[in-house]
Design a protein around this ligand. Sequence first.
Ligand code: SF4
Ligand code: SF4
Length: 238
Amino acid sequence: MALGQDNSAPMNTSAAVSTSAKVEAGDFGTWLAQMLASFRGPVGTDVPCGSCRGCCTSSYFIHVRPSDRKTLGVVPKNLLSPAPGLPQDHKLIGFTANGACALLKNGDCTIYSSRPQTCRDYDCRVFAAAAIQAGGVDKAAINQRVQEWQFSYASGQDQQIHQAIKKAAAFITRNRAAFPGGRAPVMPSDIAVLAIKVHGVFLQPESNGQTPAELAAAIVQASRAFDASRLTDTTEKQ
Ligand code: SF4
Ligand code: SF4
């Protein structure tokens, strides 16, 4: 779900997010189903942002894919730059000195109906679900909203699933060395997404007695299985 390319340094996400003022994040189970669907394909998410513009003002480079034809048709060429490490037809939209997206004017997106899939997929509730922050000081506006989100739960099982996601995120953050080659996500958005994908590992009773290496291996396996199911879904839709 990463909004784009995050130019901030990897951060220590281990500080748990505390809650203060509350904003209704919706039913957790419904949200999770929507989020997992968005990981599997370009369905986007529906975030009750209200007046928040946190992710449009947080120094993100916005990834514009070749498939974002409407976006490419309306964004001035001088606001599109090459996307490092990606093919030539992938672009980035930059941000101004104060961290605001170059397409945000007077607090509103000037290309809202043509915004790229990157923006349609962004949902800062993933950080609330994983109980981690979105980043450092340049992500303060998002962190504020993450603190405020409060999910509701239709069942005890949904609460258990939420706990499993939090456990997964905490494990990934604190046990990088347990992963093969030390390769575990570093960026907060990547940690949150992985935790959501693999939370089932932490619903298994045996997870309580497993070593960090065993848990890391189970996470890798679960992540591969999720991605394989996504590919299968994609193939079926073509
Ligand atoms: S930070 Fe979250 S609530 Fe704020 S605009 Fe972005 S997605 Fe919406
Ligand atoms: S393109 Fe629009 S929605 Fe996306 S970050 Fe920029 S202002 Fe926000």
